[in-house]
Each structure stands twice: as structure tokens, then as C-alpha cells.
Design a protein around this ligand. Structure first.
Ligand SMILES: Cc1cc2nc3c(=O)[nH]c(=O)nc-3n(C[C@H](O)[C@H](O)[C@H](O)COP(=O)(O)OP(=O)(O)OC[C@H]3O[C@@H](n4cnc5c(N)ncnc54)[C@H](O)[C@@H]3O)c2cc1C
Length: 415
């Protein structure tokens, strides 16, 4: 270990939404602890976010963001989802009848989901992290490797403002789907690619959406209409990869025509209100979540199909569980980087992530096809659920992130 290197309690590699939320949560839970976030991006609240994606944030995630003081910053930009309508039809069908409609509130009160633009969430988290005295934001640098022993972990940092290396008791990799640190730790992934692309854009609507979200199941994949503030909607559209390339290459008029074909005209005419972005879709799970003095969180740990809009919600579950495990260990005077402590985190999060990934994968396979017999069977199933209010309430509670062993932060309590 280098005696002149900066020392922190926890170093987080990756200042995306998961990494920044973790920095805020750990800083609050550890009191006088020192947390560093390292990211090649500038990590400056003044920098403009460069993305137009919007997230369906669960009620549990909202409760955690409220405890962290982030929610007041973004509440005015978060659209509560009042109801969810589900359809299942062919692309050519002129009419997309609603087969299942759910009141999207928990106990008839709290919205189960909010739609928040990625840039708003990111800025809110960045400002909250920057305001915490115990958090050092080390932007413009990347973590390139690490070495752990019984005394701590040395993290090698590269970049124009390189610090050489820093020391910590624990290194958390929240460095996204490619996770260079997951590779440096020698942790492999189970991965498969979908022959689908995720297209995202924002539209302005002629008629008010009244907070209703719609999921049109179409043969190429789900087409989600997520209500945004100000009579706008974020479209998260799964399309066959080759067709997606053609659609993305269209001019605005052609792109809007493809949108309208899927969207329908229930909310009047559409106009484009944001850029188009696209993602190659895959599913993966890290083979392990922890190693001595090392833990994975967020997309570094798992990637799921966006069919249910749960990727970041899973990452925020990691954040809440890891914070609770680390805080409990610190209160007992235990070494927060020890494998025994981190294994509690792994036990807590591994099964939930794997089950979620498998469920979203199965839903995508079940719905993303044009087989008449299968459509009849699944539509019969949707019709049955439509007539079972108890089951609908269970699905809504699942989407709200309030089922199972929910960490304290996601229940709206301090860690
Ligand atoms: C089309 C689509 C729609 C989606 N919709 C939803 C939704 O509605 N709801 C939802 O919950 N989720 C959704 N998701 C999933 C969600 O986008 C991701 O789960 C989430 O953005 C991951 O956040 P993260 O912080 O884990 O990773 P990222 O946002 O990828 O952040 C990783 C960070 O690590 C940094 N980094 C990389 N390498 C290094 C390094 N060597 N050292 C330091 N830092 C490094 C990067 O610069 C980046 O800032 C969707 C995904 C897609 C593709």
C-alpha cells in the first residue's frame, strides 16, 4: 500500500445513477465516513445530461430518494402513473383493444410508479452527492484496477487528473454493463443477446394522458408509452434489430409515421419532442456479486430486458441492501470490506436479480411473437387477470418494489 495515497472508507467506481445514490446513502449511514466516486465523466452538476431516456421509478425507489433528500429536487419533474393499460395485437391492427387495465396505486393512495427523465434524476443525484461533505466526486478519472489484502484495497486511478491510486476498506464497482472492474476482479457473466433493439424517444401529445401508461405488446416486442410531465410521453420501443436500423435511419416524418402506426390516435396527433436513442438489448448476470473488499452494484451486476422498466430499480435495490449491510457491520465495529460482511449482501441480492431477469426474459419470449394460438392463450390469461382484483393488486405491489425482503431505505426509513 502507498502511504501517501488518499484514504477513504468506500470508493465507488462509476458515478451513474446507482453509484451516486450509493454515495449519498453510504455517506448518511456512515456519518463521518469518507466516500469517493470515480468516473470518467466530469461529475459536475453544471454539466448538461446527454440523454433523453426516462425511467419508470418504483414507489420504493421514490421512498429511498426522499430519505436521501433527492426527491424534492425532482418531484416537480416526476409524473405519477395513475393506471396501466395493456394491449396485445398485430402491427397492422387498426385498433388495439385494452385487455388488462390496472389502477397503479398502492392501497389506493401512493402511485406505484413515477416516470422521471434520466437527466433530471442524474442531476438531482449529482447535486445531492456534491452537497455531502463526506463525498468526494473524482470526475475525469477512471478506476483501472485494484489489489486487496487484509488491510484494505488499493484502487489504481487513471485520467488527466490522475491521483495514481487511492485506498479504501471497500471498493464498489457501479461502472455499468461493460464493468471494467468486474473483469479486473475476474468475475465472469452469464449473458445472452436479444435479437432486438430498444428505441427511445419523447413525443408531445395533443390530448392529456392523465397519467396513464400503456404497454402495447406487438410481435417485434413491447411498445411502452410512459407519461411525462407537460402532455409529453417517453416511448420505450423494442423492435427487431434489423427493422430498428431501418426505422432509426428514417427522416422525422417517416419516423413519426412508424411511431403513429404503433401508438394509435387515442391521444390525438403526435409531434416529436426529443432526440432518438437506441440500445442493443441483452440480459446478463454476474457469476458473483462480491470478492474480498469488492462488490458489484447496478448494471455492473445485472442487465435485464426493459420490458418491465425495472433495470435501475434493481440497481437501487442493490444500493439499499449494500448500504444496510455496510451500515450494520460498521455499527458492530466489523471490517466493512470483509468477505463475511459482503456475503450477506450477495445472499440478499442474488436470487432477486436472477428471478427478475428470468421473469422479464420469459415475458419477452411469451409476448414478442405473432403466433395466433399463443396470442389466444396469453390474451385469455390477461382476461383472467383482469377479473381478479387481488392478483392485479399483487402485480402492482411487485412493480412498486414493496414485496419480499425490502431494505430499510426502500421502505422510506434511514439505513
Ligand atoms: C431502453 C432502455 C430503457 C430502460 N428503462 C428503464 C426504466 O424505465 N426503469 C428502470 O429502472 N430502468 C430502465 N432501464 C435500465 C437503466 O437504464 C439502467 O439499469 C441504469 O441506467 C444503470 O445505471 P448504473 O448506474 O448501474 O449504470 P450506468 O448508468 O451505466 O453508469 C455507469 C457509470 O460508470 C462509469 N464508468 C465506466 N467505466 C468506469 C471506470 N473504469 N471507472 C469509473 N467509472 C466508470 C460510466 O462513465 C458511468 O457513469 C432501461 C434501459 C434501457 C436500455
Amino acid at each position: 500500500m502507498d502511504p501517501s495515497a488518499e484514504r477513504y472508507d468506500v470508493v465507488i467506481a462509476g458515478g451513474g445513477s446507482a453509484g451516486l445514490a450509493l454515495a449519498c446513502a453510504l455517506s448518511d449511514a456512515l456519518g463521518s465516513g469518507r466516500i469517493a466516486v470515480v468516473d470518467p465523466r466530469p461529475l459536475s452538476p453544471a454539466a448538461e445530461p446527454d440523454e433523453s431516456r426516462a425511467f419508470a421509478l418504483s414507489a420504493a425507489a421514490k421512498r429511498m430518494l426522499a430519505v436521501l433528500g433527492v426527491w424534492p429536487e425532482i418531484a416537480a419533474h416526476a409524473e405519477p402513473v395513475t393506471a396501466v393499460d395493456i394491449t396485445d395485437s398485430s402491427l397492422e391492427d387498426a385498433f388495439r383493444p385494452v385487455l388488462l387495465s390496472c389502477d397503479n396505486t398502492v392501497d389506493g393512495e401512493e402511485p406505484a410508479t413515477y416516470i422521471v427523465e434520466q437527466g433530471r434524476l442524474y442531476q438531482g443525484l449529482l447535486v445531492a452527492a456534491a452537497h455531502r461533505a463526506g463525498v468526494a466526486l473524482l470526475g475525469g478519472r477512471r478506476a483501472v484496477g485494484f489489489k486487496a489484502d487484509e488491510h484494505g484495497v488499493r484502487i489504481d486511478i487513471a485520467g488527466p487528473a490522475s491521483l495514481g491510486c487511492v485506498h479504501a476498506a471497500l471498493l464498489v464497482a457501479a461502472d455499468g454493463r461493460a464493468s471494467p472492474l468486474r473483469a479486473a476482479a475476474g468475475i465472469g457473466v452469464v449473458r445472452w443477446s436479444y435479437p432486438q433493439t430498444g428505441i427511445v424517444t419523447t413525443v408531445r401529445l395533443e390530448e392529456p394522458h392523465r397519467g396513464r401508461a400503456t404497454q402495447h405488446f406487438l410481435p417485434a416486442g413491447p411498445f411502452a408509452i410512459l407519461p411525462l410531465t407537460g402532455a409529453r410521453a417517453c416511448i420505450t420501443w423494442t423492435e427487431a434489430a434489423a427493422r430498428a436500423r431501418e426505422i432509426l435511419a428514417l427522416d422525422d416524418a417517416g419516423f413519426r409515421a412508424e411511431l403513429e402506426k404503433r401508438f394509435g390516435y387515442r391521444l390525438g396527433a403526435l409531434s416529436l419532442a426529443g432526440p432518438r436513442a437506441s440500445w442493443h438489448l441483452d440480459m446478463y448476470l454476474a457469476r458473483a456479486l462480491v470478492a474480498p473488499r469488492f462488490a458489484l452494484a447496478g448494471d455492473a451486476a445485472h442487465g435485464v430486458h426493459p420490458i418491465a422498466g425495472q433495470g435501475l430499480n434493481l440497481g437501487l435495490r442493490d444500493v439499499a441492501a449494500l448500504t444496510e449491510v455496510v451500515a450494520d457491520a460498521a455499527r458492530l465495529g466489523l471490517d466493512v470490506g470483509s468477505l463475511a460482511v459482503l456475503e450477506r449482501y450477495e445472499r440478499w441480492r442474488r436470487l432477486d436479480s436472477a428471478l427478475s431477469a428470468a421473469t422479464f426474459d420469459a415475458l419477452n419470449r411469451l409476448f414478442s411473437n405473432d403466433w395466433t394460438l399463443l396470442r389466444s392463450a396469453r390474451d385469455f390469461g390477461l382476461g383472467l387477470v383482469e377479473r381478479m382484483p387481488g392478483l392485479k393488486r399483487f402485480f402492482v405491489a411487485e412493480a412498486a418494489g414493496l414485496t419480499g425482503d425490502v431494505p430499510r431505505l426502500l421502505r422510506g426509513e434511514p439505513a
